[in-house]
Write a protein that binds this ligand. Structure first.
Ligand SMILES: [Zn+2]
Length: 276
């Protein structure tokens, strides 16, 4: 790549050793100072271009990546190989500026990150910041598994959609629960039938026994379902349908499956699946 320098900006080779290139050193210091003053990568790049500063002899047009590369090069502090260009005070004040930027992870994403898994291979998704400061979500097994399109913003949007669908499915379940009450009426009917059969002058004991067993089984299964779902259902009901709830949602989430381009499935702690 012709645009990439072999020697880092600010240095030159002299007598086979790296030494400081005075003009470039001046620009490196300026970049750090401007960044520490709160200018963005782009603002700094535009200013350097306007000044006619050279990145390489052929290149006087600066872009954000070039500025980022300078700001992320720790060699400027000096070491065995590289003479010092930036003093630690300046680096620190630049880093103070950078903090909200590089550490910026949506509070939602922070809470949900441990649950995100790759649809291809099941690996936990990783997140890093590119030189441009933009986040990159990826699968540690294969970078092709997750597309560059996947971002904090897109994930929040997809997961919000899953949350909304979960809430909807819970409302539907509640409705069928009301039907469950009708099922209870069925049980009462069954019980009445048993009572009647017992009062027959010659009761059919086999049939009565069978009915009693059936009644017991039905009662038991209803109880079991109610017990298992109460925490989940209670939590789901408290979810908002307009805002992602990164506090409650993780408490009922086993995993969130991410395909190449989006979050496609929410798997709850009871194994229930909600698809996008
Ligand atoms: Zn994968």
């Amino acid at each position: 790549m012709a645009q990439n320098r072999i020697i880092p900006y600010g240095y030159k080779i002299e007598n086979g050793k790296l030494s400081i290139e005075p003009e470039e050193k001046h620009i490196v210091v300026r970049i750090y100072e401007r960044y520490a003053n709160g200018e963005s990568y782009l603002q700094i790049a535009e200013r350097l271009t306007a000044l006619g500063a050279q990145y390489t002899p052929e290149k006087t047009h600066w872009n954000k990546n070039m500025v980022a590369r300078v700001l992320q090069n720790k060699n400027y502090l000096g070491n065995d190989k590289y003479p010092t260009i930036i003093h630690s005070e300046l680096l620190q004040s630049a880093e103070k500026q950078a903090k909200p930027y590089t550490h910026r992870m949506d509070k939602h994403m922070k809470a949900l990150k441990p649950y995100l898994v790759c649809n291809e291979c099941g690996a936990r998704l990783q997140r890093r910041l590119k030189a441009t400061g933009v986040e990159r979500w990826y699968c540690p097994n294969d970078t092709d598994h997750i597309s560059l399109k996947v971002s904090d913003v897109s994930l929040v949007k997809d997961i919000m959609e899953l949350q909304r669908k979960l809430l909807l499915s819970e409302k539907c379940r509640k409705t069928s629960h009301a039907e469950g009450k009708t099922l209870n009426l069925e049980l009462i009917k069954l019980k009445n039938q048993i009572d009647l059969a017992m009062n027959e002058p010659t009761p059919n004991l086999e049939e009565i026994k069978e009915s009693i067993m059936k009644l017991a089984r039905e009662k038991y299964s209803i109880l079991e379902n109610i017990g298992e779902d109460s925490y989940l259902s209670h939590t789901i009901e408290r979810l908002s349908d307009t805002e992602l709830d990164s506090k409650l949602l993780p408490t009922i989430t086993m995993k969130i499956v991410v395909s190449r381009t989006k979050a496609i499935e929410l798997v709850l702690t009871n194994g229930q699946k909600i698809k996008n």
